[in-house]
Design a protein around this ligand. Structure first.
Ligand SMILES: [Zn+2]
Ligand SMILES: [Zn+2]
Length: 389
């Protein structure tokens, strides 16, 4: 049943019926700051009711679909969208908590039971993982290699073993009494809730140094540059990653270090193009060899000369395949193929004898064309006559 005492949503937010989404959001922000039960100067129950009222209005007017149903049918158009118990503040917080986190921050956190702050700050956490981009050549892919990487990362301070304390001497944190967290109990419309936050003095560890470690200035963490050796696997593909466990940044609260991810970038080189395990290379030959057939010499990736056979009648752009002269397939013994794409070299200077031969060739080709034209014309004439008869 619609509540007869409900005020119009536009009126609640103090905006016009034609207000833009930004105007509605701004109005809600302003009112939410004013009426939040934890900060309002109004009596608690009044502030709570107001806060709920403006939140419900915002829930409807900030959603284009709900807003249009409200404009057409009033409360009856949107009541069904709230579920059995009507408008629910917890659902609203779930949906809009992040949207208004920038201005509400802690207020939202405490108001809605601190559910977003239940992480135990004392828990050990793994350090950040790092990424290292490594450029390699096709020859590295062919033969594999050992690469030494210089990786900057954070590491546990060797002098204080991560405690931040000179000579390892620590004491119970006077701020939190060693619990690592600060607790605050608050009364809200949902009863009392406990707000837990990490102790800022000890960073959640519960202990602080007696004297600061001079090497890490009490942080327990130092910057380091480590030399890390990895084996580039044969057949590795562009963009593949290799994980080096524990080579990332130092962990927190005694947690393990993060990992290092080496990302391989394979450069095309020496005129070779890669296609998976196959290699492609261009080679030049002559017109007579394409026509009559012959051989062509290319160098493989290892720089060895290879002779490939050109079949007669090969077209410009034709491809010759040499099996097993490509790249290794990752984790397998097999190798891909080498493909040679044929082009022709046109000589810029020719001898008189060559010119003579070429002219004859051209004439012959021309005669062939003429002969075939005559034959075609005859055929079409003959064909027409046949159809007419
Ligand atoms: Zn503390
Ligand atoms: Zn230290």
């Amino acid at each position: 049943m619609p509540d007869q005492n409900k005020r119009d949503y536009y009126e609640v937010l103090g905006v016009s019926k034609t207000a833009t989404a930004d105007e509605i959001k701004h109005a809600y922000r302003t009112l939410a700051k004013k009426y939040h039960p934890d900060v309002s100067t109004e009596p608690k129950d009044v502030a709570e009711a107001k806060f709920k009222e403006i939140s419900e209005a915002y829930e409807v007017l900030s959603d284009p679909d709900k807003r249009s149903r409200y404009d057409q049918y009033g409360f009856a158009g949107v009541d069904s969208s709230f579920g059995a118990g009507g408008f629910n503040m917890d659902d609203f917080a779930q949906e809009h908590g992040d949207e208004f986190g920038d201005i509400f921050g802690d207020i939202f956190g405490s108001f809605f039971g601190g559910s977003r702050r239940n992480r135990n700050p004392n828990a050990p956490r793994q350090g950040e993982s790092l990424r290292y981009d490594l450029e390699i050549t096709l020859n590295d892919v062919l033969s594999g290699k050992t690469a030494t990487l210089s990786v900057p990362h954070t590491s546990q301070c060797p002098d204080c073993h991560g405690t931040g304390a000179k000579d390892g001497k620590t004491q119970v944190c006077p701020e939190c009494g060693g619990r690592g967290q600060m607790q605050q109990v608050r009364q809200t419309m949902f009863g009392s809730t406990v707000m837990v936050s990490e102790c800022s003095r000890c960073g959640g560890t519960g202990r602080v140094y007696v004297t600061q470690c001079p090497k890490c200035r009490g942080s327990g963490i130092v910057s380091k540059n480590s030399k890390i050796e990895i084996n580039v696997p044969k057949g590795v593909e562009d963009g593949m990653q290799m994980r080096v466990p524990g080579a990332g940044d130092a962990g927190v609260n005694g947690g393990p270090s993060g990992d290092l991810y080496v990302v391989f970038h394979v450069k095309d080189s020496k005129g070779f193009k890669r296609d998976g395990p196959d290699l492609w290379v261009d080679a030049e030959t002559t017109y007579p060899r394409l026509v009559l057939g012959g051989t062509v010499k290319v160098k493989n990736l290892e720089d060895q000369e290879i002779e490939a056979t050109i079949p007669s009648g090969t077209q410009v752009g034709g491809v010759l395949k040499i099996s097993g002269q490509g790249l290794p397939v990752l984790n397998r013994e097999t190798r891909g193929n080498l493909y040679i794409r044929l082009g022709i070299t046109v000589p810029k200077r020719t001898s008189d004898y060559e010119k003579e031969l070429l002219l004859k060739l051209d004439e012959e080709a021309g005669n062939k064309r003429t002969r075939s034209k005559v034959a075609k014309a005859r055929a079409s004439l003959f064909g027409k006559k046949q159809r007419q008869s």
